[in-house]
Design a protein around this ligand. Structure first.
Ligand code: PLP
Ligand code: COI
Length: 343
């Protein structure tokens, strides 16, 4: 049963699946994408032999729809999600979803479930989950004969429980989420499966999530289980790791731009040695679900490193948050092409 939108507590949504009335589905068969459309069926019937089930031949995306003060609905840089899904698809030998199909699907799902886009001012958004899966009867380690592309949605609030209040994270000294030349830069389920056990260990110790190190040397920060990492230095630099095994985060690239062009900072993608955390006066996790989640402290073995404060967000992190979310909700002028209206 779908909960009626009128019964939702918009200010306390958290990040949980909710079955909304509509999702979009398109099939790829005989070498071509077929006409897709909205459906009320939230279940998929696929072959037991589908490679997405056995070998992880699947990829997904995450983006959000925002309601502005005027009540309009808009998307944040959705073409970048379409392009990243195309790169993930190429890595796993799946047929890329054309950008126009991706955008049509996302917009139709937002329009059809418009009542579930949280009201302006609640901080809530409609999280969209596009996914591409390989289906059909093939048991060898070979690409699927057919594919399903689907987009579903749910209203969400904070991913990390603190919101703009800092929380603590644990550095993984035992596990990696991706290999140096593996699939870390693709948004594929296998990377997340690899992070289940370390993520559980972090949560058991009351940390928000794991922070992974580079898999080749284990000396540099890579990213968080569900977000990228950034640090602010006393020299007015915005620094975020550069690595072929992290997810190329759309939020991260947006913050690199905003730090430089709106906050007058020096924006750097480069190495973040775990031995040099003292250079940062503030740190945070960034991503579509995480938005900007300040990192209070980082546990590394027996050491606990506090950045700005365990209880207060730092001024630069807050400024970046206000700029980013101001753009996303339509209160701050966006760089050209960043906002796509859903009309
Ligand atoms: N890194 C990982 C592992 C993620 O799951 C996400 C979430 O999408 C991100 C980074 C942030 O990427 P984006 O800003 O494109 O959402
Ligand atoms: C997102 O921010 O879209 C993510 O993919 C995080 C998610 C795995 C919860």
């Amino acid at each position: 049963m779908t909960t009626p939108a009128t019964e939702l507590d918009w200010n306390n949504l958290g990040f949980a699946y909710m079955k909304l009335p509509y999702r979009y589905l398109a099939r790829y068969k005989d070498g071509a994408w077929q006409e897709g459309g909205l459906t009320e069926n939230s279940t998929l019937e696929i072959s037991e032999c589908s490679p997405c089930l056995h070998y992880g031949q699947q990829a997904f995306e995450g983006l959000k729809a925002y309601r502005t003060k005027e009540g309009k609905l808009q998307l944040f840089r959705p073409e970048m999600n379409a392009e990243r899904l195309q790169r993930s698809a190429q890595r796993l030998l799946m047929p890329p979803v054309p950008t126009d199909l991706f955008l049509t699907a996302v917009k139709e799902v937002v329009r059809a479930n418009a009542d579930y886009v949280p009201p302006y001012g609640t901080g809530g958004t409609l999280y969209l989950r596009p996914m591409l899966i390989g289906v059909g009867d093939i048991i060898g380690i070979k690409p699927a004969p057919e594919y399903i592309f689907t987009v579903f949605a749910m209203p969400v609030g904070n991913y990390f429980k603190g919101g703009l209040t800092p929380t603590n994270f644990l550095v993984s000294t035992e596990f990696d989420r991706a290999a140096p030349n593996g699939t870390g830069a693709a948004k594929v389920g296998g990377n997340y499966a690899a992070s289940y056990l370390p993520g559980k260990l972090a949560h058991e110790r009351q940390f928000s999530d794991m922070v992974y190190l580079d898999p080749a040397t284990h000396t540099k920060i890579e990213e968080v289980g569900a977000a990228n990492f950034f640090g602010i230095t006393k020299n007015n630099e915005f620094v975020t790791p550069l690595s072929p095994s992290i997810l190329p985060s759309i939020t991260k690239y947006s913050l690199l731009y905003l730090a430089e062009h709106r906050l007058g900072m020096t924006a750097i993608e480069g190495d973040v040695p775990v031995a040099e955390l003292d250079r940062f006066t503030e740190a945070g996790a960034c991503g579509t679900a995480a938005v900007i989640s300040p990192i209070g402290g980082l546990q590394i073995g027996d050491d606990f490193h506090v950045f700005y404060s365990e209880t207060e967000v730092g001024p630069v992190t807050r400024h970046l948050y206000d700029e980013l979310t101001g753009i996303q909700f339509g209160d701050v002028e966006a760089p050209e092409g960043w906002i796509v209206p859903v009309d």
